[in-house]
Design a protein around this ligand. Sequence first.
Ligand code: PRP
Length: 216
Amino acid sequence: MNRYLTIALPKGRLGDSAIERFDRIGWGDSISKDSRKLIFIDEVNFIKYMLVKPSDVITYVENGVADIGIIGKDSILESEAEIYELLDLGFGKCRFSIAGRKGQIIHQNDEVLRIATKYPRITAKYFDLRKQPIEIIKLNGSVELAPLVGLSDVITDIVETGSTLKANGLEVLEDMLEISAKLISNRVSYRFKYEKINTLCELLRVDKENNNDSNY
Ligand code: PRP
C-alpha cells in the first residue's frame, strides 16, 4: 500500500477555506495557492494533495485515486457515492434552496413545475416526497439565467451570500437543505490508512472547535 495519504481538494472558494485549515494544523506547507500546479507533495509527512474541480472530488475519492477529500454536502447527496463521510468541517456553510421570482407559487400539484438545476437527484427526491410533478432541466452552471429567459419556472441551487440571486432579480422561495463542507474517505483507504486519516480528522476537529468556525 502506498505510504502517501492522497487528499483531493476542490479548487475555488471551498478549497481556499480547506487550505487555510491545513495551514493552521501545520499540514499545508507544500501547497502553493498561486501556482497552476495540480499536485503538491509533502515529502516530510508523506501527503499528496490534488487540486480538482469541486464536482470531481467525489469521483477521485470513490475510485481510490484520492484516499480522502473535502467537498460540500450538496455534491455528496447528488452523487450517492459509496464513500464515508468522516467529519463536518464547519465551513462552506450555505443553504440549498428553491429560488425564483418574488411571490411565485411552487407547489401546485396539478401543474408541472419546470426546474433548472445542477442537482437533478436532490431535486427529484425533494419534489417526489411532496408529490409535486416536475420537469428537470439539467444545467452545468449559471442556473440563475434559466427563469430569466423562460427556460424554467424556478431553480434549485446553493445560496451562500444570496448576491447572485439578488443581482438577477430572484429570491429564495423555499429552503430545502443546509449544506456545509465534509471530510470524506474512500472506504478501502479508511481501513488501510486508518491511523493517518484518523490523526488528520482529529486535528481538523480540534481546529474547528478552537476557531469556532461558523462560515468561510
Ligand atoms: C454557485 C451557485 C450560485 C452561487 C451562489 O455558483 O451555483 O450560482 O454560487 O453564491 P452566492 O449566494 O454567494 O451568490 P458558482 O459560483 O459555483 O458558479 P456556477 O454557477 O458557474 O456553478
